[in-house]
Design a protein around this ligand. Structure first.
Ligand code: F6P
Length: 324
């Protein structure tokens, strides 16, 4: 394999640039030409494919976002779109792909591989940490710390005003960011899609805090929670709780996707970027590189997208005990 292309796709995540850098510099080390595809699958379809060299990736390890840009491509979901993408790769002489992204990216990669057999290895890049086959995904640690910084600040004002705050964090179908930022921020309650908690459960917790004269309470809500978004849940609780409490809502939103990647994410991304490239060169295909128990492993795309990575129940238990 002499020419490989790398791209980022789906929601960006801090550390994606460090992963791109690892692919490019790893390619130089192994004597392979590396090309970058701009805007994920959309760029593949349009032939927006450029050569990358060592200089192209200098001074990016510390930058959030992705220098290759990202997109969620509707056209790649169609057979016609994928055929266009394949033709572009062929005309650029690309023999293998490194895909940096999440669930949607690898769903597309698996279909594409089955249709055209272009060897592809993925590196997990998503703040959601919801991919089976790796303990952590690129961007998750930074996103948790961004959320935690906001929770700490909100705690200051909540405490000054004796208020209850509902803070919504990202995680489309996953409560990882909520659990980690909630435990480290001392949240009184954490609502996630993986664990069913009713409005009545939350009211009970908050009332207990009120009766104990807690000066503030924080409820962290994952955006994918079954009971709805933080604003909806807060409204329902306002109408149910029969003690005089002042309630406010904050949605942290896309701020969680930006910013300088943490040291942890830069190292993880460097390992996974190089791991994906070297896996491809060693003959892996249709798989995602991951780190499990500090070891580099490869998991079929099919498993990464269909198997559920469970949240450690010990963490939920711990949160329940310590937040009283
Ligand atoms: O997958 C990462 C993520 O940030 C999710 O947590 C969130 O639901 C989604 O992307 C938001 O996507 P968009 O930026 O397209 O609105």
């Amino acid at each position: 394999m002499k020419r490989i292309a790398v791209f980022t796709s789906g929601g960006d995540a801090p550390g994606m640039n460090a992963a791109i850098r690892a692919v490019v510099r790893g390619g130089l080390h192994h004597g392979v030409e590396i090309f970058g595809i701009i805007r994920g699958y959309n760029g593949m379809i349009k032939g927006d494919i450029i050569p990358l060299n060592s200089q192209s990736v200098s001074n990016i390890i510390q930058r959030g976002g992705t220098i290759l840009k990202s997109a969620r491509s509707k056209e790649f979901m169609t057979p016609e779109g994928r055929k266009k993408g394949y033709d572009q790769l062929k005309s650029h002489g690309i023999e293998g792909l490194v895909a940096i992204g999440g669930n949607g990216t690898f769903t597309g990669a698996e279909i594409f591989f089955n249709e055209f057999q272009i060897p592809t290895v993925g590196a997990p890049g998503t703040i959601d940490n919801d991919l089976f086959g790796t303990d952590y995904t690129i961007g998750y640690d930074t996103a948790v710390n961004t959320a935690l910084d906001a929770i700490d600040k909100i705690r200051d004002t909540a405490d000054s005003h004796d208020r209850i705050f509902f803070i919504e964090v990202m995680g489309r179908d996953s409560g990882y960011i909520a659990v980690q930022s909630g435990i480290s921020g001392g949240a009184e309650s954490i609502l996630i899609p993986e664990e069913r908690q009713t409005i009545e459960d939350v009211v009970r917790t908050l009332k207990a805090g009120f009766e104990k004269k807690k000066s503030s309470s924080i409820v962290v809500v994952a955006e994918g929670d079954e009971e709805g978004h933080a604003a909806i849940i807060a409204e329902r609780i306002k109408n149910t709780i029969d003690v005089p409490v002042d309630i406010r809502v904050t949605n942290l939103g896309h701020i969680q996707r930006g910013g300088r990647p943490s040291a942890y994410d830069r190292i993880l991304a460097s390992r996974l970027g190089l791991g994906a490239l070297e896996g491809l060169l060693a003959g892996h295909k249709n798989e995602m590189a991951g780190i499990v128990n500090d070891q580099l492993v490869y998991t079929p795309f099919h498993d990464t997208i269909t198997k559920k990575k469970e949240i450690n129940p010990d963490l939920l238990r711990l949160s329940g005990i310590l937040s009283k």
